[in-house]
Design a protein around this ligand. Structure first.
Ligand code: C2E
Ligand code: MG
Ligand code: MG
Length: 606
């Protein structure tokens, strides 16, 4: 056996902890190990040894069995129960060399057993053998972990059919592109007098379903690959192309400042020219029509989510106009929706004190048991003349003014009051989710304010889940992390809402202390047919599991979607399949009847 000591961590000598109460033996072993270039720490009793091992885990432990107080077996048992120390190689050193003693030590998980008196060589050989074995195990484990996470990361960020980056990769990729453009010669000297813009194209294949319906999904997937190949050949090498959602793509060109409209027109016409003739796919002729929305994003006030939305709206306008069309969205256009919004803005001031708000509750159901675990509280505005207005419209309006604080406060109080009522009826297990808007989330005294309200209504923080969206968090990452930590310390479970829609970066996510991940409903829709979404959902659930989060799927509308999610180990379901959002009274009645949704599905499918 070779006698070369094998360092475990980079160039450092392996660290060995010696636990031995007899000073003379301990000193002897320590001197011997130092002479062999090991780093040594020592403890004269079991408790001290455990504390040292947990505080700075060594690469190997040598421990006597007979110790004052806790003996060597006890030390090993405790270290095996702690995840930081359970895999450290452990060698017993003792005068008790009976077969029973050895068996007892080995059964507890000891790696070797040296009986006193032992020779120096015996001790060194034993140490080196254990260190070598441990090192190779560790390297294997680390490599497996890296490969696993690289694989998951790749699959989560790429479209499975076209291998293009998908919407979860967009923000990271774009940040890198921006950095690259800033250092590139052509763009490093931005002249502020010139209007530099980043062109963004939203491309959507028109009625691709008909290809799937006529020829089947497998053929459809092959067509998509051809489409992307043609698309790539008609755009500049410096352009960036991502696949957003099966048949929707985003194309981004480097910043430009001169004759932009003409240049973009040329780009889009070049693309359309490529698709004038049918593609030949496996001896079939397939004609592909595009709807394309174009916008220019000012380089200085870069806000990608907002501009991508505008590009999508422009694509929708193109779609309405007919096939093979594109639409250029100009920044100063006043959309009819904006006019309606201005009208509502005025009424929103009145809504709170005129008691026009109410809350609806949508059940969240356990995939395992089929039982109701809680609900999401969703705000409703009963407008005196326009009827019910969706929170998707009025919340962003309220966000723009300070109105949102008052509304948010009202929602939180109303929810806590309602939880108090349900608690008194014996439903203390319920967890009700409340949505926090951006302004609310960054309020300086938010945690104190929420704590005060739950105390007033005698509600436990763990019953109130706080839902925040990615776009809120990324506006100030450091502050967001600090705020989330404070809220979590107060006991509120934290959920990331609408996951996947914020074009967020996966690398950010791991830094936020979430408990729950809610997959947005746009990924769930038609999941059995949409390979892109199916792959994203599958891997997002896997990633969520790895981060120890509870996964919730929103917008589940049918049994097939439910079954897909159940097969992927999704934990909770929210959607019209089980119930639309209902009034507090109706939700209370639902709780009383205690439905089992799994049984209902079974009955329905039989
Ligand atoms: P969200 O938090 O993602 O809420 C889920 C939305 O999905 C709700 O829309 C819900 O009605 C809808 N939904 C649930 N299941 C299904 C389904 O199976 N199919 C379909 N098509 N839709 C489903 P809603 O109530 O219109 O709320 C829209 C958004 O408004 C919410 O999205 C949330 O971001 C915001 N919001 C609602 N209430 C509040 C609130 O009290 N405060 C704040 N800040 N935002 C709120
Ligand atoms: Mg929500
Ligand atoms: Mg949501």
């Amino acid at each position: 056996m070779d006698n070369i000591a094998l360092p475990l961590q980079d160039n450092n000598s392996p660290k060995i902890l010696v636990i031995e109460d007899e000073d003379s033996i301990r000193e002897l072993v320590v001197t011997l190990l130092i002479a062999e270039d090991y780093e040594v720490i020592e403890a004269e009793n079991g408790n001290l040894g455990i504390a040292m091992a947990i505080a700075t885990p060594p690469d190997l432990i040598i421990c006597d069995i007979t110790l004052p107080g806790l003996d060597g077996y006890g030390v090993l048992q405790i270290l095996q129960e702690d995840s930081t120390t359970e895999t450290i190689p452990f060698i017993f050193l003792t005068a008790r060399g009976t077969k029973e003693n050895i068996r007892q030590g080995m059964n507890l998980g000891a790696d070797d057993y040296l009986t006193k008196p032992f020779t120096t060589q015996e001790l060194l050989d034993s140490i080196q053998a254990r260190l070598r074995k441990h090192r190779s195990w560790r390297e294997h484990f680390q490599q497996k972990q890296t490969t696993n996470s690289q694989q998951i990361n790749y699959t989560v960020t790429h479209d499975p059919i076209t291998q293009l980056p998908n919407q979860l990769a967009l923000r990271d990729d774009l940040n890198q592109l921006l950095k690259r453009w800033q250092t590139e010669e052509d763009h490093s000297n931005f002249d502020i007098n010139q209007r530099w813009v980043i062109p963004v194209f939203y491309l959507s294949i028109d009625r691709f379903e008909r290809i799937n319906e006529l020829f089947g999904y497998q053929f459809g997937n092959i067509v998509l690959k051809h489409v992307v190949r043609s698309l790539m050949s008609s755009i500049a090498e410096s352009a960036y192309l991502a696949c957003l959602n099966y048949t929707d793509f985003v194309l981004i060109y480097p910043p430009d400042s001169k004759n932009v409209v003409e240049k973009l027109t040329t780009i889009v016409e070049n693309i359309l020219k490529k698709f004038v003739h049918p593609l030949s796919v496996e001896s079939q002729k397939v004609l592909v029509h595009w709807n394309i929305g174009i916008i220019t994003m000012p380089y200085q006030e870069y806000n990608f989510d907002q501009y991508l939305n505008q590009a999508k709206n422009a694509m929708e306008i193109a779609r309405k106009r007919g096939n093979q069309n594109y639409y250029f969205y100009e920044q100063n256009q006043d959309h009819p929706l904006n006019q309606k919004k201005r009208l509502l803005d005025a009424d929103l001031y009145e809504a709170l004190h005129r008691h026009q708000f109410s809350l609806h509750y949508q059940p969240k159901v356990s995939v395992k048991t089929g039982k109701i675990l809680g609900a999401e509280a969703l705000l409703r505005w009963h407008h005196p003349t326009l009827g019910m207005i969706s929170p998707g419209i009025f919340i962003p309006l309220a966000e723009k003014s300070s109105l949102i604080s008052g509304i948010g406060q009202w929602v939180f109080e109303a929810v806590c009051h309602q939880i108090q009522i349900w608690n008194e009826q014996g439903f203390e297990h319920l967890r009700i989710a409340v949505n926090l808007s951006g302004r609310q989330f960054y309020q300086v005294n938010l945690a104190d304010n929420l704590s005060e309200i739950i105390e007033r209504y005698n509600v436990s923080a763990k019953q109130v889940e706080l839902e925040v969206t990615e776009s809120i968090l990324i506006s100030d990452v450091d502050l967001a992390i600090a705020n989330l930590r404070t809220l979590k310390d107060r006991g509120f479970p934290i959920a990331i809402d609408d996951f996947g829609t914020g074009y967020s970066s996966l690398s950010y996510l791991q830094n936020f202390p979430f408990d729950i991940l809610k997959i947005d409903r746009c990924f769930i829709h038609n999941i059995m047919r949409n390979v892109t979404n199916a792959t994203i959902v599958k891997h997002v659930i896997l990633m969520s599991e790895q981060l120890n989060l509870t996964t919730v799927a929103e917008g589940v509308e049918n049994v097939a979607e439910f079954e897909f999610l159940r097969a992927q180990n999704c934990n909770e379901i929210q959607g019209y399949l089980f119930s639309k959002p209902v009034t507090a009274v109706a939700f209370g009645e639902m709780l009383q009847s205690d439905p089992n949704f799994l049984a209902e599905i079974k009955r329905y499918t039989q």
